[in-house]
Design a protein around this ligand. Sequence first.
Ligand SMILES: [Zn+2]
Length: 135
Amino acid sequence: MSVPRYWRERVTKYRLIGAQCTNCGKSFYPPRKVCPYCGSRDLKEVALPRKGKVISFTVIRVPPAGFELYSPYLIAIVELENGTRVLAQLTDVDLSEVKVGMPVEATFRKYLEHGPSGIIEYGIKFRPVIKGEDK
Ligand SMILES: [Zn+2]
């Protein structure tokens, strides 16, 4: 991966910029070159809402290499306020507290650190919208 592309993607992740298909009108995250819904390559960048709700979730009990610190963790499909669905990890929540329909918001977290190279990657995760700080 070239340096400029690396930085570009980093910025994209921080700002929660997705892509919108100008053919079918659907938006998605992360951005891709081809629309996953209709196959069109006619896409534009679009800012996505950071809040949404949990549509479904699953517990990953055997994490892939590099994610051992997070075992077990929760992966959810989150529907953003504009209807865009994002597959992402949930954070700051116990398994027993997760519910379908739970309001969540995007947060940016370090999720992987490549040993000797020192490259740290960031990605979005979703956490419950805080009501009371009892936790
Ligand atoms: Zn499309």
